[in-house]
Write a new protein. Structure first.
Length: 1110
């Protein structure tokens, strides 16, 4: 009988598609186990002649795939393997941890493991731990270890390697977990597992010395995480006692020593030993990193009261030499800082040394100095103003100091501890999320000890509501102070978690407003946080009772309250749990969509790029659920898409007008640095990160600022990096300027209400189709109809689906843009462009084309396209159709965001000045040493003449004059040179003439200084002015985007460099027709047709792009 692995290999050979083969490998990672391959080879040799070639090819592909995954373990697509479903069920609360480990220990699961899979899942867990999901990561790693332990009992092949991989990463994850929660049981288990596999050779997954390195970190990192050297002993003692405080009554049932982490000095001594052993097995920068760990261990040993090795300076020289590459500059600086601790400057003020407050904890070793009177120190701190403490020590050290001294005096003076905690509260509100969580948890104990009734335990019962009623009755009878009643009620609510009575606990919290409104206001963040915890418990109870709708609501409420307390990571966790339930059915998703839309903007604002990515991935997973019957659920899908397609950009459109931060001190300081750098020699080498024709990388919507920054200290690189930094900060400030919620929501009935009888709106969204392939969701709206359809690209998607879909789109867009700009020789467009355009016909062909054709017959003539991702840069108007290209059948405009349809944005007052027109020809390279631009000044004069006005040209076309025009002109035309700054779209620009007050360059960010509401049309006759950059949330930034954010209704620009005479023809006729009374779209269509007849090459007439309102 064939083995489990061979059976799966036979299925692989029989696979009929690449997608099926990949799925087989990912769901059966035993195929990647090298120990199985001899059995596969024997079977292949015995195959029939008609089967053997396919079997040999399958084996070759399998081995090649396995080798690549082993070398690039980060690329392994975790999600489909044998253990992930168990881990998922555990995470959403469907099963317990013990049952999850039991399931993982079954033969059908542990028999499906391989070293590559173990390495990939371990690395995935490690990454989650590093991203703040350390609790989930630890539990997931324990499930993996359960499977590996069960496998060991049957003596399977490659067991030692799997043991080593999992144990090593378990130690890494444990170190991260222990940094937050000092559980000695976990520490010693991780040490035991790791030391058992030190001698195992697990290459290529782990190099020699890896386990020793992880053990060194395990004995060091938890002790020094967020610690300072001034009162290190006090901080470590507080950290070590935290498990006892948080576990509360359970401590009596545990052996105290099981919870106890090693003494810091002992831990650092062990860390030093392990790092040195690791260094002795490594070379190059890997050895340097191990030596750096060794140096850190010795320095912290000194801080803990021990003696550092005498030769650290010599070791540091070697370590810095080994870490001399550019990538390790920061590590070299860390070494210098560590050595500086050994010879610090004299420190005045309070120096903390504290013995363990709990009797069973071994005291931290001391240097022999006398211990301080902690109550006296507490009084000293309470007598010093908060502002003075922050001035002396900084925010972090001041808050840590008050919190740690509160620990020290808690047993002897509960009220003093509470007073210190309360004094630190306003400062802690400025700290990170994890710090605040720990601070709140400790604060509940301080409030109970200092303010609640001394016999609060007497009020605790199985019904928190009954306990609260009893408490209120006694308080009224005995005349308790309001604060005492409120603190006692809070303690009752907190205790409701012990018996799954959280719903009653929430009701008790509601009583605080009646008991003592001042108490509620004083401790509102803590009380909201506690309420969030209770709702989390309610959700779990509802889930286990199969009350899924109630569970979703409770998780959603918890997420909202966590956001109110500025805890986006916790909120994201709650959203993730709600999403897991939502994914069970379309009905649940429909109920959740409106809430999702309301909470996501704030979640993204607080959580940053990580949450934005998560939201995008969730929406791409939900869209197939909304279309699994073959019909797209348009109302629900549009609600979701409103959350993930340019929600920040929509918020800015609604805010409108000028943007105050541009003129702030922070902004001016950054801009001054940029200007100073621009003045340096060679700073003008702006080709860094600047590509004329968008590349594959640039077309992707990922906006990874750190990755796009360059290394180096030359002026051009410094300027490049400063501009990226300013651009990122500008967008961050913009995103927080106003609410992203709006009365007008782009659902089908509201879209229909704002569309005229001539208009067809087509929206695009990239994601997975119900078949699991990459594709596009295309929605088509008119004033009286709405239809959704799906374009299936036929290529399989996976967990990295978003990147895969966008790569597919980006490649097509890049080929079209490059082909259109290539020399067409004797034709109107290059052969390459024709092929590329035909390859993209699916965007408007098939069922979409059929619908559009019927609508055209019905006398619709305006086609408005709202793109997504790379499609923002795609010339839909050049796609082939029966009459030639789409622009010959339709008047085509583009809409970067559906918020531009909001009627509330279209009520600007009409300006008196009909036109302001500017043009510069740069004769003899003046100004800015740019190439001459023949005809630009004549173009500006002709545009102005159409309205009976005079153009502003040459040296008179200054930035000062343009700014004046921005304030009062109804229409504005600029004929000049432009530059598209891909890496920092805020610095996309057009060039003007300088004067005494300005440099003659109008940057995109400068448009945000002005209120452009009332500017009906901005025409930019310059290169690439319709381009910009989209981020992962599909928010559009750049010249045209910023103009619309500032209030401009319509921008007509260019998608690529444009020929001078073509631009003159187009813009002269566009403005002439508008001046004669044509509406903007009709004038655009007429100008486009005329330009096509005179300049038929696609790259000439096809460059012009109408964007915005009409």
């Amino acid at each position: 009988m064939p083995s489990f692995g061979l059976t799966r290999f036979q299925q692989l050979v029989a696979a009929t598609s690449g997608k099926q083969a990949v799925n087989l490998i990912l769901t059966n990672p035993v195929l990647l186990a090298r120990s199985m391959w001899p059995e596969f080879e024997d079977w292949v040799q015995q195959c029939q002649p008609d089967v053997k070639p396919g079997a040999e090819r399958a084996l070759y592909i399998l081995i090649d795939f396995a080798d690549k995954m082993a070398q690039e373990i980060f690329a392994y697509p975790v999600g489909s393997g044998p253990l992930e479903s168990i881990i998922h069920r555990l995470r959403i609360g469907e099963i317990t941890e013990s049952y999850a480990r039991e399931l993982a220990s079954s033969p059908e699961l542990f028999g499906n493991l391989s070293p590559t899979y173990v390495a990939a899942l371990s690395m995935h867990n490690q990454v989650r731990a590093n991203n703040g999901k350390w609790q989930e990561a630890l539990v997931a790693q324990k499930v993996l270890l359960a499977a590996i332990d069960a496998r060991r009992r049957v003596g399977a092949a490659e067991q030692d390697v799997m043991d080593m991989i999992a144990a090593n990463d378990y130690a890494v994850i444990a170190a991260r977990y222990l940094s937050e929660f000092a559980d000695g049981r976990l520490f010693f288990n991780a040490v035991r597992r790791a030391t058992a596999v030190i001698k195992v050779d697990a290459r290529p997954w782990h190099a020699p010395g890896a386990v020793e390195f992880s053990l060194g970190a395990l004995h060091q990192d938890p002790y020094v995480y967020k610690r300072t050297i001034l009162n290190f002993d006090l901080q470590v003692t507080a950290w070590r006692r935290r498990p006892v405080e948080q576990l509360g009554p359970m401590v009596g049932e545990l052996e105290a020593q099981e919870l106890l982490m090693p003494d810091p000095l002992d831990a650092f001594t062990a860390s030093s030993k392990y790092f040195l052993a690791s260094a002795n097995k490594k070379s190059g920068s890997d050895r340097g990193l191990s030596l750096k760990g060794y140096i850190a261990a010795e320095v912290w040993k000194h801080v803990a009261g021990g003696r550092a090795a005498p030769n650290l300076a010599e070791i540091a020289v070697e370590a810095k030499h080994l870490l001399a590459s550019d990538q390790c500059v920061g590590v070299q600086a860390d070494i210098d800082k560590l050595l500086g601790i050994l010879a610090p400057k004299k420190i005045t003020g309070i120096r903390m040394k504290i013995a363990a407050p709990l009797g069973f904890l071994r005291p931290v070793k001391h240097t022999g100095k006398a211990r301080r009177d902690w109550n006296a120190i507490a009084e000293e701190l309470l007598g010093t103003s908060t502002a003075e403490l922050v001035r002396q020590r900084g925010l972090i050290e001041a808050t840590d100091l008050m919190q740690n001294v509160a620990y020290a005096v808690a047993d002897s003076s509960g009220y003093t501890a509470f007073a210190l905690w309360r004094k630190a509260l306003p400062l802690v509100l400025k700290r990170d999320e994890n710090t605040r969580k720990g601070f709140y948890a400790v604060g509940l104990g301080h409030i109970r000890a200092a303010l609640a009734h001394p016999n609060v335990a007497n009020f605790i019962s199985n019904s928190p509501v009954e306990s609260a009623a009893k408490c209120q009755h006694q308080a009224a009878a005995e005349g308790w102070p309001p604060q005492q009643l409120a603190a006692t009620l809070l303690s009752i609510a907190v205790n409701s978690q012990a018996g799954d009575h959280e719903s009653e606990g929430v009701r008790v919290l509601d009583l605080l407003a009646v008991a003592d409104g001042a108490f509620l206001n004083d401790f509102r963040p803590l009380i909201l946080w506690q309420s969030s915890i209770l709702y989390r418990g309610i959700a779990s109870t509802m889930f286990h009772a199969n009350r899924f709708a109630d569970a979703i609501r409770a998780y959603a409420t918890a997420a909202s309250q966590f956001l109110t307390t500025s805890m986006p990571v916790e909120a994201d966790d709650m959203m993730g749990l709600a999403v897991d339930i939502v994914m069970r059915s379309e009905d649940q998703l429909a109920k959740f969509a409106e809430y999702f839309r309301s909470v996501i903007p704030e979640l993204e604002r607080q959580g940053g790029p990580t949450v934005v990515h998560r939201v995008q991935e969730l929406c791409r997973k939900w869209m197939p659920l909304l279309a699994n019957t073959g019909q797209v659920n348009l109302p629900v899908s549009m609600l979701l898409l409103d959350s993930v397609k340019g929600s920040a950009f929509a918020s800015e459109l609604r805010a409108g007008g000028d943007f105050a931060w541009i003129n702030s001190e922070e902004s001016r300081a950054l801009l001054n640095r940029i200007e100073q750098t621009q003045a340096l020699p060679d700073a003008g080498a702006e080709e860094i990160g600047n590509v004329g024709t968008l590349s594959d990388e640039i077309l992707l919507t990922m906006y990874a600022e750190a990755e796009e920054m360059e290394r180096g200290e030359v002026p051009a690189v410094i300027l490049h990096n400063l501009q990226i930094r300013y651009d990122a900060e500008l967008r961050r400030q913009l995103s927080g300027r106003g609410s992203r919620e709006a009365a007008w929501v782009p659902v089908p009935e509201r879209i229909a209400a704002v569309l005229g009888p001539e208009t067809v709106l087509v929206t695009y969204f990239s994601g997975l189709t119900p078949n699991g392939n990459a594709g596009l969701y295309v929605n088509i709206f008119t004033c009286d109809s709405a239809t959704g359809t799906i374009v299936d690209f036929g290529t399989p998607g996976m967990d990295v689906l978003m990147q895969g879909v966008l790569d597919t789109l980006a490649l097509g867009v890049m080929r079209v843009r490059q082909g259109v700009n290539a020399d067409p020789e004797e034709g109107v467009v290059s052969v390459e462009a024709r092929k590329a355009l035909e390859a993209c016909l699916a965007y408007i062909g098939g069922p979409i084309g059929e619908i559009l054709q019927k609508l055209r017959v019905a006398r619709k003539w305006h086609l408005c396209i709202q793109p997504h991702g790379p499609l923002h840069f795609f010339p839909f108007h050049l796609l082939p159709c029966d009459k030639g290209v789409l622009a010959q059948e339709w008047t085509i405009t583009y809409l970067p965001n559906l918020a531009l349809l909001d009627p509330a944005l279209q009520n600007a007052a009409v300006r008196d000045v009909p036109i302001a027109s500017f043009g510069i020809e740069f004769k003899n390279g003046v100004p800015h040493r740019l190439a001459e631009l023949p005809g630009a000044e004549e173009e500006a004069r002709l545009v102005a003449r159409a309205y009976g006005a005079t153009g502003t040209t040459g040296s008179a076309a200054t930035e000062t004059a343009l700014v004046a025009a921005l304030a009062n002109a109804r229409r504005l035309h600029i004929a000049t040179h432009g530059l598209h700054k891909v890496s920092a779209p805020s610095f996309q620009r057009v060039y003007l003439s300088p004067d005494a007050d300005t440099d003659g360059i109008l940057y995109a960010y400068e448009l945000l200084r002005h209120d452009l509401r009332g500017l009906d049309l901005l025409t930019l006759s310059a290169c690439e002015t319709s381009l910009g950059r989209v981020d992962i949330g599909d928010n559009f930034w750049g010249l045209s985007a910023n103009a619309m954010v500032a209030g401009a209704a319509t921008v007509v620009g260019t998608l690529w460099p444009v020929e001078n005479s073509a631009a003159k023809t187009f813009f002269e006729l566009l403005h002439k027709k508008i001046a004669e009374g044509s509406e903007k779209r009709e004038a655009f269509r007429t100008a486009q047709e005329s330009t096509r007849s005179k300049h038929p090459q696609f790259r000439d007439w096809g460059a012009f792009c109408y964007s915005g309102r009409w």
